[in-house]
Design a protein around this ligand. Sequence first.
Ligand SMILES: NC(=O)c1ccc[n+]([C@@H]2O[C@H](COP(=O)([O-])OP(=O)(O)OC[C@H]3O[C@@H](n4cnc5c(N)ncnc54)[C@H](OP(=O)(O)O)[C@@H]3O)[C@@H](O)[C@H]2O)c1
Length: 289
Amino acid sequence: MKCLVTGAAGQLGQETVLALQAAGEVVIGIDRQELDFSQPDQVAEAIAAHQADWVINCAAYTNVDKAEQEQEQAFLVNRDSARAVAEGVASYGGRLLHVSTDFIFGGEQSHPYAEDDPANPLGVYGQSKWEGEQAVQDVMPDAAILRTAWVYGIHGHNFVKTMLRLAAERDELRVVDDQIGTPAWTADISRALLSLTKADASGVFNFTNEGVASWYDFASEIIANARDLGFPLKVKKISPIPSVDFPLPATRPAYSVLSKVKIRQALDYPIPHWRQSLTAMMQELSRPR
Ligand SMILES: NC(=O)c1ccc[n+]([C@@H]2O[C@H](COP(=O)([O-])OP(=O)(O)OC[C@H]3O[C@@H](n4cnc5c(N)ncnc54)[C@H](OP(=O)(O)O)[C@@H]3O)[C@@H](O)[C@H]2O)c1
């Protein structure tokens, strides 16, 4: 199988390229230097040129707060280029697996969001990703879409690395405890992406690790692991705070746990709990490379 991974310099893109290589697939990773998604009119042809069996679209404008100012850029990358990727893949009859986000939901629910629950994005990023999903399905009704959330991994920038940095610098960490979701480790997401290609999947799938957490729970577990693994720590105290005490330009959903009922049936292995995967990731991070 020949796979093309966009956003190959990002957290998920890097991990997905490595996972595909480890599985013995032919993989091409492309990053922003090779193909700029802020110019959608160049995207379809460039994607089609590779004639990949599967295109896994990990490229996205992911700066949730900056998107509130840079609306045009967010929509060019997340909606217009997502459509162009689908047009490119459709032009030669390839398959597409597009990656999306829990931020398409508004957080009103208090039970996990199923794939077909109504979208209600709260900000520009979420709206641009939601319109991107619709554009992809418009062009390629048989595309597969994987929605994930709270992504972290060895590569790139993420909450785990930020907490480790702050915990080495500060006595106290103040972390919001009224936003509820589930972390997702890029290694587990990549495995799920690979499984969906093998299963020749179509349609929308949610994927995160198992379990539920607030950002405070997530931070507390990061620091507990950091202590066990000997990361340098100054922090003495982690304090839960409400979101109103940590104002950000973009509103986040208060609850964005994704139901995994559908994807559990598509995978032939159990999805690890987020605590288990966090420990595995931090063990890997602690090893000299
Ligand atoms: N991060 C999360 O918590 C989260 C949560 C839910 C869903 N997701 C989704 O998961 C997917 C992967 O996200 P991630 O966490 O891996 O994000 P990431 O680390 O920010 O990676 C996104 C990649 O897209 C690339 N990109 C951005 N603008 C581009 C442009 N104009 N042209 C070409 N490439 C461009 C970035 O390139 P540069 O490296 O050059 O900036 C980066 O390599 C995305 O679809 C995202 O919406 C992420």
